[in-house]
Design a protein around this ligand. Structure first.
Ligand code: F3S
Length: 649
């Protein structure tokens, strides 16, 4: 039987297991990526492993999430990251040089390579045929140390593209269409592999918009085959020699097939406050808008901003709103500036920002209260913009620019009819991506050879090995789709403590219940209960580390998001899956006891546990850990286990 493209790349990198869906496999990692909010912990963990240097072909540290250094803690973190990259042999991308996924795509992503990144949108370079997976920081630290990355072999789904995008529809509309059809859980345990005659009409930047937002489907990753478009993109980036032709075998078998005719697509929009809440733009046309932002790792490229610049060229945006353009990378910003487009944007009333994630996680450009913000980003989870009860819509740059010109949500086709002289801008690549590399420090240019830690950089917390008893109060009962933003918010006032777990943990689940951290501190042992898809969102391992630090020992949920579940194991927390009836019966405050000898049962391969609630009634909870995950749990977490393993070697 032939292989899918995903299977081919995994096979090339396989070090443990078989490529059977659902089975755990270990793969060798070629490239590693970290960013500033997760990176400090990655390097502290790497330091704890006591290795001299990075073992992967390439590691890159970016500073993108919190680039505004309005607090010394951020600047200290950036300096620490530079010193870690220099000390251990990684590339360092300075604050302001751009978002990790954009800069990585431009400089390093290469067909056929595997990549692990401590950011959930790591799959972005799948648009170039790289198999890239988002993971918790500890997994990334271990991969940098040369250890394999373990993941459940996903099912490979064929997304067959037919036709070509019509005017005013974009790659963003394709991924929004998939979210509309499949929901934010539709990709869990899956890789989306794109194929079909529609692929060749999409440029690499369009493909990476799609692979980037595959994360919103919950997918392990997404990938495109490589072709003339890939070669062309790499040539324009001056990296044509890295092109490799990659495609699935003709007789490859897929777990499922989804067909999308690109020519049927129209401008779509994701309504507050979940990325899959997608409708045609015309359905919400007329909604007043106070803020429009173009940028992010999804639509912050030169090719994304240029269409918007062409739309506003020679016009002015409405006076009662603000429009911000934050390029995804300095390369994009520099090209737009050299070609005069930055001046056109400015003349139209647009505020051109530095290259940063910033507003995507509520750092800068927080919307006004009770207002609508229209963004080209990938997520609109409630509160992520930096204000509770926000109203964030997600759309393409074309829809965003149209709204800025009209002052309300409008289908750009209708605006074009109304104006009479606005052509569909299409997607154009620059002749050459010839931006400066001044903001990337290569390992051979390193300016530091030892770690520089400021006062806010603490130690990595470690947990004791798993014991026989797990028994505690249900400190919080939560609903479905609790995100990592709910568990540890990513806003600037909180994230500045990312390297200081003692302080950061005070904000644990504060979005859900602001007394949680205090109550957790008052008791040594506790459990959490949640509905479906617990921990969806980012790869933020702090969302497992902080509850662990506060004494949470187990999380009982109806289902878990992939990366977060791995993070729970990595930090020694027991994830148990409960059915709907059990979930409904448990109340906040209930006393929950895992009846069995937990350590022995984990070691002996138990696949379920009995839980006793209030000493009164019992239920069964499922436990589907692999052998390796059991070992991690037993040791009290992955860092302790890996240290033990290195010491034994
Ligand atoms: Fe940054 Fe937002 Fe992407 S935080 S990495 S722009 S999802």
């Amino acid at each position: 039987m032939g292989q899918t493209l995903t299977e081919k790349i995994l096979d090339d990198h396989l070090v443990e297991g078989d490529l059977e869906p659902g089975e755990e496999i270990g793969i060798e990692i070629d490239q590693v990526l970290t960013q500033d909010t997760t990176g400090t912990m990655v390097w502290l963990q790497f330091e704890a492993l006591e290795l001299d240097e990075v073992q992967t072909e390439l590691a890159a540290q970016y500073c993108d999430h919190q680039t505004y250094q309005f607090d010394f803690k951020n600047t200290d973190d950036h300096r620490f990251l530079r010193s870690a990259a220099g000390t251990y042999g990684a590339y360092f991308s300075r604050p302001g040089n751009g978002i990790c996924h954009n800069v990585h795509k431009e400089n390093f992503a290469a067909p056929g390579k595997t990549m692990l990144g401590s950011d959930s949108h790591t799959p972005t370079p799948g648009g170039l045929g790289e198999l890239a997976i988002g993971a918790g920081g500890l997994d990334v630290a271990v991969a940098m140390g040369g250890g394999p990355y373990f993941v459940e072999m996903p099912e490979v789904v064929n997304v067959r593209l037919e036709g070509e995008l019509p005017d005013w529809a974009s790659a963003k509309d394709l991924i929004l269409e998939l979210l509309r059809r499949l929901s934010v859980k539709g990709g869990v345990g899956k890789v989306f592999e794109y194929s079909g005659p529609g692929v060749e009409s999409l440029s690499v930047p369009e493909r990476t918009t799609i692979t980037n937002m595959g994360t919103e489907l919950g997918a392990t990753t997404s990938i495109f085959p490589t072709d003339e478009q890939t070669k062309d993109y790499l040539d324009r980036q001056g990296r044509g020699d890295q092109f490799v032709e990659l495609s699935p075998d003709d007789d490859a078998e897929y777990a499922d097939e989804i067909v999308v005719d690109l020519s049927d697509l129209e401008p779509l929009i994701s309504c507050p406050s979940m990325p899959d809440n997608v409708v045609p733009v015309r359905e919400v046309a007329g909604t007043d808008v106070e803020q429009v932002i173009i940028g992010s790792c999804t639509n912050g490229g030169y090719e994304d901003i240029l269409p918007a610049a062409k739309m506003v060229e020679g016009r002015e945006i409405k006076k009662d709103l603000e429009m911000i353009v934050a390029p995804g990378s300095k390369q994009a910003g520099e090209l737009l500036a050299r070609e005069g487009w930055t001046a056109e944007l400015m003349a139209a009333g647009v505020n051109v920002s530095e290259a940063t994630c910033g507003p995507c996680i509520g750092i800068g450009h927080v919307p006004a209260s009770d207002s609508v913000s229209l963004r080209t980003f990938n997520r609109n989870f409630e509160g992520r913009s930096g204000i509770e009860n926000d109203s964030v819509y997600l759309c393409s740059p074309q829809v965003a620019a149209a709204a800025a010109l009209k002052g309300e949500i409008v289908d750009p086709r209708d605006l074009a009819d109304e104006l009479g002289d606005m052509d569909a801008p299409g997607v154009e690549l620059p002749e050459k991506y010839d931006g400066s590399k001044a903001d990337i420090i290569r390992p051979d240019e390193a300016v530091d050879d030892e770690l520089i830690k400021g006062p806010n950089i603490g130690d990595v917390p470690l947990k004791d090995p798993l014991g026989a008893d797990i028994h505690g109060e249900t400190l919080l009962k939560m609903g479905d789709n609790i995100t990592t933003d709910h568990i540890i918010p990513a806003t600037s006032d909180i994230l500045k403590f990312r390297s200081n777990i003692e302080r950061l943990s005070e904000f644990t689940l504060s979005r859900v219940d602001d007394t949680f951290a205090e109550r957790a501190k008052a008791t040594d042992h506790s459990v959490l209960v949640a509905g479906e898809n617990y921990g969806q969102g980012s790869s933020r391992e702090h969302a497992a580390m902080c509850p662990m630090y506060l004494g949470v020992e187990a999380v009982l949920a109806q289902s878990f998001a992939r990366i977060h579940k791995a993070n729970l194991y990595n930090f020694g927390l027991l994830p148990l899956t409960i059915d709907e009836e059990t979930y409904d019966r448990i109340e906040q405050g209930d006393d929950i006891e895992v009846v069995d000898d937990v350590a022995a049962a984990v070691e002996n391969g138990a696949e379920e546990f009995t839980i006793r609630v209030n000493g009164d009634w019992e239920a069964t909870a499922q436990f589907d850990a692999s052998e390796r995950e059991r070992e991690i749990l037993a040791a009290g977490g992955k860092l302790t286990l890996t240290k033990q393993q290195y010491a034994d070697d």
